[in-house]
Design a protein around this ligand. Structure first.
Ligand SMILES: [Zn+2]
Length: 161
């Protein structure tokens, strides 16, 4: 029995359980995310290639309550991280320091969240571990393009760091 996550739209098992404090999702989606993270923590190659993108894609597809400052900040910062990784091709290891700096800046309000996502966590979970990295890359590209309205501001914010 599967149920769509109200935020990302991916279909996950019906499940009663906890969710993140501000990256709001269905409990089944949050559980599947934990399992995907476990797959990455168990495999250093997957972790190195995909973990940065996984964390950012999940955050962008679960923007939460736009009146919650932590939620809004999370979207800006994870979008910036994907921009650095995918557009500027900055090494994943050097991205957290830039995220930290960005988090200390005043960030503008967000435009409305995307209505739907073409690729979600459910698509990544359905792949074998051998396809994990390209699946995460497709997921991250989908999450990044759905938030295209942030791109100009994020380029400016990063240039000012
Ligand atoms: Zn979800």
């Amino acid at each position: 029995m599967a149920q769509p996550c109200f935020s990302c739209g991916g279909r996950f098992e019906l499940y009663e359980g906890p969710t993140h404090k501000y990256m709001l999702s269905s409990p089944g989606c949050w559980k599947a995310y934990g399992e995907l993270l476990a797959r990455e923590y168990e495999n250093p190659l997957l972790f190195g290639a995909a973990h940065r993108l996984t964390v950012d894609a999940y955050a962008l597809q679960h923007p939460g309550d736009p009146s919650d400052r932590r939620a809004t900040q999370s979207v800006w910062i994870h979008y910036a991280a994907l921009h650095l990784a995918m557009v500027e091709e900055v090494s994943h290891a050097s991205i957290p320091a830039k995220m930290q700096t960005l988090a200390s800046k005043p960030l503008p309000p967000l435009p409305p969240a995307p209505q739907s996502h073409s690729i979600t966590l459910a698509d990544v979970v359905a792949e074998e571990a051998s396809n994990h990295v390209p699946a995460v890359q497709r997921w991250a590209a989908s999450a990044y393009s759905a938030w295209e309205p942030l791109r100009r501001d994020v380029s400016r914010l990063l240039a000012d760091l």
